[in-house]
Design a binder for this molecule. Structure first.
Ligand SMILES: [Zn+2]
Ligand SMILES: [Zn+2]
Length: 247
């Protein structure tokens, strides 16, 4: 009965693109213009930070940036490349709608993409704890929601993993490109700390635990590195990063 009803529903009400409301006669989630990009499995990537490597680079070796200053996280999982070709689809518009367009429900769409594309921990391994990269209180107030937290929570629901807001931002980082912008690294240094209000329970939650840090985009990796150091100092066994897109 339920199947019959949903069949009828699909025939009567055409699907709409999640991003632009264009009707999709063939069903699906997005129109051709807004196709969510496929991650190119052929591209060589740094095994640690997932940066795309030039052709001919020995696979399995970390990139030059990682070798210069080894990040505290072990690995980056991503669902898409930020700079993908128009043929592959565009991730930028999806993220803009999510971050600045008030489309908080897109967290579930991204969580589903991550679920499909991201490598699971080895069988038998304890599932990781999902921790969102925190947003500064003022930005949270201005936007009305914290996109990394929504994403972490949605991914936790899809995977059945725990999610906890363990970090807080102690000062706002200056927007890059502004006249007052510091170097990216100086800008995020000491910008994060653990939420002390959690006290002993925080220690218990992190002790020997594998943590996946969640954010929408990874650019230089400096923010994720700073958050990872914070979590490791507090007792986490290892930190990996999971983002919708790698810039
Ligand atoms: Zn569309
Ligand atoms: Zn790297």
């Amino acid at each position: 009965m339920k199947t019959w009803l949903s069949q009828l529903y699909r025939e009567l009400i055409p699907s709409l693109c999640l991003l632009c409301d264009e009707t999709l006669p063939g069903g699906g989630l997005a129109c051709a213009r807004h196709r969510f990009p496929d991650l190119d499995p052929q591209l060589a990537r740094c095994p640690r930070c997932a940066r795309r490597l030039p052709a001919g680079f020995l696979s399995g070796l970390e990139c030059v940036e990682c070798l210069k200053a080894m990040p505290a996280f072990e690995r980056v999982h991503c669902a898409a490349d930020y700079q993908s070709s128009p043929q592959q689809g565009m991730v930028r518009e999806w993220l803009l709608a999510f971050k600045h367009g008030g489309r908080r429900e897109l967290a579930e769409f991204f969580a589903q993409r991550l679920h499909e594309r991201v490598t699971l921990p080895e069988p038998g391994c304890e599932p990781p704890l999902l921790v969102p990269v925190p947003l500064h209180r003022w930005r949270h107030l201005a936007r009305g929601y914290d996109q990394a937290y929504l994403l972490a929570r949605a991914l936790g629901e899809v995977r059945g993993w725990d999610c906890a807001r363990l970090l807080k931002r102690v000062r706002a980082t200056r927007p890059q490109g502004s006249a007052l912008a510091l170097s990216r690294e100086a800008n995020v240094r000491a910008a994060f700390e653990l939420r002390r209000s959690l006290g002993r329970s925080l220690q218990a939650m992190l002790e020997g635990r594998s943590v996946w840090l969640v954010d929408d985009v990874l650019t230089s990796g400096a923010t994720a590195d700073e958050c990872a150091r914070c979590l490791l100092r507090a007792g986490a066994a290892r930190v990996e990063v999971v983002v919708v897109a790698r810039a």
